[in-house]
Design a protein. Structure first.
Ligand code: F6P
Length: 304
């Protein structure tokens, strides 16, 4: 997100605009936590994880009162347009602001990678690489000790991190919320691998599918093979961003401010086949990027 903020600030200033940063997302919008942004405000942040503007999950903004306060703050300070970086919830917030006459442009930022209108969301690639690093390390210990593992990655409703990290990490099995799984088949695959002296069996589990510990117990009960669990959790949401994330965020942050200054609004800027693509909010929130079932099938074959 920092790369997107940096790009928006620098492109905006280059185009002659005055740029303000809003701290703590919708919460800061409601409370009027605005700060002027200069070229130097975004110096040395491109390589940093998180966001220098901080963020918040705001329940208050979802209320009529919260929204009214936010609009009041925007009008009071004379802000003429907003760039919002985030996932589905952020875009829905942007729609609410648009409905009250505030011009906005959205930038897709989420590790989940599930937004329609962009090939990827900012943060996904970094999260996948973090998960991949963990899978590689777990494979070392799994192989040495001849163990089965469940590695739980983030994704309550989206399996992209699990699918990509699992495929790239050579996982024996991947479980994602979008596709049903068969416990008997999973246990049998584990058992088969064990009987042919495969020294590791790694299951990459998206958090929304099942409780990792319960699943491990159930597989162990059916196979007699112990299954260890590693839950990666919030380490997937931090760390230095990957080259691809910085590249995409730089292009989208810059493009967002250009769109706004050119009078566009109510749209999300995404990257589709390496080109900036515009999607109306309504379309972006009403559709979901479907999981690629061929990729899933490929992972099953390669994990044999
Ligand atoms: O939507 C992004 C995401 O990181 C999910 O993958 C994860 O399940 C969720 O956010 C965690 O949300 P919270 O920070 O509210 O615990």
């Amino acid at each position: 997100m920092n790369a997107a903020i940096r790009a928006a600030v620098r492109m905006g200033i280059d185009r002659g605009a005055e740029i303000w940063g809003i701290l703590r997302g919708f919460e800061g919008l409601i409370c009027g936590e605005f700060q002027p942004m200069e070229l130097s405000s975004v110096s040395g942040i491109i390589q940093r994880g998180g966001t220098v503007l901080f963020t918040a999950r705001s329940e208050h903004f979802k209320t009529e009162e919260g929204l009214r306060l936010a609009v009041d703050q925007i009008q009071k300070t004379g802000v003429e347009g907003l760039i919002l970086i985030g996932g589905d919830g952020t875009l829905r917030g942007a729609i609410a602001l648009e409905e009250r006459g505030i011009p906005t442009i959205g930038v897709p930022g989420s590790i989940d990678d599930d937004l329609w209108g962009t090939d990827h969301t900012i943060g996904f690639d970094t999260a996948v690489n973090t998960a991949l690093d963990a899978i590689d390390k777990i494979r070392d210990t799994a192989t040495s000790h001849e163990r089965s593992f469940i590695v739980e990655v983030m994704g309550r409703t989206a399996g992209y991190i699990a699918l990509m990290a699992g495929l790239a990490g050579g996982a024996e099995y991947i479980l994602i919320p979008e596709l049903p799984y068969n416990l008997a088949e999973l246990a049998a695959a584990n058992q088969r691998a064990h009987s042919r002296q495969k020294r590791h069996f790694i299951i990459v589990l998206a958090e929304g599918v099942a409780d990792a510990y319960g699943l491990a117990q159930e597989i162990a009960r059916r196979t007699g093979v112990e299954v260890k669990v590693t839950v990666l959790g919030y380490i997937q949401r931090g760390g230095n961003p990957s080259a691809f994330d910085r590249y995409m965020a730089s292009r989208l942050g810059a493009s967002a401010v250009e769109q706004l200054l050119d009078g566009q609004r109510g749209q999300m800027v995404g990257l589709v086949q390496d080109r900036v693509a515009i999607t109306e909010y309504q379309e972006a929130v009403s559709r979901r990027r479907p999981i690629d079932q061929d990729l899933y099938r490929l992972s099953r074959t390669l994990g044999l």
